[in-house]
Ligand binder design. Structure first.
Ligand SMILES: [Zn+2]
Length: 100
């Protein structure tokens, strides 16, 4: 699966150049679905969305949430959701980890 982080990093220069708008966690929650779609289309033009990308560089909770959302959007677009068995095995890989 393609890694969203690489894509995000490729926008860093653009972000640095257009950083007029500051986004917060609320904006991030509001616009993250749109950003995920824009990333899939590889077409991020709106300053609003670029501001969210910038926020994701700095806010770890938002970045983690966005990664999940982005992975889901990608699997939806590619119709590549793992099977139940694959997910189960993936969970099994963390078997030794303490329960939350
Ligand atoms: Zn945030």
């Amino acid at each position: 699966m393609r890694v969203s982080r690489i894509k995000i990093e490729s926008f860093l220069v653009k972000i640095a150049l257009t950083r007029e708008q500051e986004a917060g966690c609320d904006d991030c929650a509001r616009l993250s679905a749109r950003l995920a779609q824009a990333m899939l289309a590889e077409n991020i033009q709106e300053p609003e969305l670029i501001a969210i990308l910038y926020h994701l560089q700095q806010c770890i909770p938002c970045a983690e949430e966005f990664k999940v959302l982005n992975d889901c959007a990608q699997m939806d677009a590619e119709d590549s959701w793992p099977s139940f068995e694959e997910m189960w095995r993936a969970l099994g890989a963390g078997e030794d980890a303490p329960l939350p």
